[in-house]
Design a protein around this ligand. Structure first.
Ligand SMILES: [Cu+2]
Length: 418
């Protein structure tokens, strides 16, 4: 074989391989000089510095969140990270099956130091929702804005949540995060991570009216339309999503994997790092909204709320009522101290059964969720007091969501175990 022929033959072979295993290539720049506007509780605009990522270009523009990375199941993904900034950074791909060298955890997979670059290589093995973030002094670099989404579609490019899964008409991705304005204003002045007290609650890096007219955020559709809502929590607080009765919300995937059994719910609890795909069918075109709450991770105390408008292009922010503050957070042991006027849950701790009783109003629905937000018991009711069988559940802390006939939702915690 002559030399030219050998080279041509090898080139053909390589081309064949490339088409067999499609490659998605991205190039990101890590930067520490971002500036963005946010809306405060007093309804004024505040401009804050942030750190993050930009698409590589002659004049890279840092964005919050970082550019979304898209791929199809089976694709190889190469993400080059160029770091012209003053500190070392990495990219950790949260939920994706990467090997050690591409894991982006600095002490096990190395830093990308100033003026260096590195190309992360991995395969998208499952359709679903994933995250990426810098993993250097994570509580600082991530909190200041170094994160983004990875969305993997089925291999056949269909409008399905996953291969052979349910079909959607439209899709929306919601990256939920939180930000402590004092940290972003001056990161050199902050104390330890225990001082982190977020006061800005973000959807796709923005809050309140900055989002309400964004057609990527708004859910607009006609009766019967199926909207895929991808919820991802990259913040340090717990999210509680409350769906209006105009949407029939069914959860299909969790953390990039298909659930054994999809379930319908009006409330979804999302802990940091978790991602869910929810298929929401529009049942009613009357303007309404989805509530996105931000809760303290230790006591699930209510911290703040933002909204996703549903068929409402003129939606305006309104502050949550005291009621929203009060009905969610009941610590272990002091169980119904706050919500005692509404429902009682006893015994608590419980071992084989729990009773839920109101002061007379009929209960419509009770759900028991484990700490990861998964529904482990669900029952329809029609009395002011209902008994729930909990034998067989592992010992631990559970959240009870009690929907009243009036439509009000009351939540409580309950300990199962002796
Ligand atoms: Cu970093």
């Amino acid at each position: 074989m002559n030399r030219a022929f050998t080279i041509a033959f090898l080139a053909l072979l390589l081309a064949g391989q490339a088409s067999a295993q499609p490659l998605k290539q991205y190039s990101l720049v890590s930067l520490m000089d971002g500036v963005a506007d946010f809306i405060t509780d007093s309804n004024t605009t505040i401009t804050l510095p942030f750190w993050g990522f930009a698409n590589t270009s002659a004049n890279p523009t840092i964005v919050l969140p970082g550019p979304t990375i898209y791929a199809k199941e089976g694709d190889s993904i190469h993400v080059e990270m160029i770091n012209p900034s003053l500190e070392g950074h990495t990219i950790h791909f949260h939920g994706l099956d990467v090997d050690q060298a591409n894991d982006g955890v600095p002490h096990t997979s190395d830093f990308v130091l100033t003026n260096q670059s590195f190309t992360y290589r991995f395969k998208a093995t499952h359709a679903g929702n994933f995250l990426y973030h810098c993993h250097v002094t994570t509580t600082l670099h991530l909190a200041l804005g170094m994160y983004g989404m990875v969305i993997v579609y089925p291999a056949d490019s269909s409008n399905r949540i996953y291969t052979n899964g349910p079909i959607y008409d439209r899709q929306h991705a919601y990256l939920l995060s939180d930000l402590d304005s004092r940290w972003n204003a001056d990161y050199t002045a902050i104390g330890g991570f225990t001082s982190y007290a977020p006061d800005l609650f973000l959807i796709n890096g923005k809050n309140r009216s900055m989002n309400y007219t964004d057609t990527n955020v708004q859910i607009n559709g006609t009766i019967g339309e199926q909207h895929l809502l991808r919820f991802m929590n990259v913040g340090y607080r717990v999210n509680r999503i409350i769906f209006p009765s105009a949407l029939n919300a069914v959860v299909h995937t969790s953390d990039g994997r298909v659930l054994n059994q999809a379930f319908a719910t009006d409330t979804l609890i999302i802990y940091p790092g978790e991602r869910y795909s929810v298929l929401a069918e529009i049942l009613d075109e009357t303007p309404t909204f989805v509530s996105a709450d931000y809760l303290d991770p230790y006591r699930l105390q209510f911290l703040g709320r933002d909204y996703i408008p549903v068929n409402d292009s003129s939606f305006t922010y309104f502050p949550p009522s005291m009621e929203d503050d009060m009905t969610d957070t009941i610590g272990v042991g002091m169980s119904m101290a706050i919500a005692a006027s509404e429902v009682r849950v006893y015994p608590n701790p419980a071992d084989h059964e729990i009773w839920v009783a109101t002061q007379g109003e009929n209960i419509e629905h009770i759900q028991v969720l484990d700490v990861s937000g998964r529904i482990v018991r669900s029952m329809r009711c029609q009395h002011p007091a209902e008994r729930l069988e909990v034998a067989g559940l592992n010992e631990g802390i559970y959240i009870l969501n009690v929907a009243m006939e009036s439509g009000r939702l009351v939540s409580s915690r309950c300990v199962i175990g002796r």
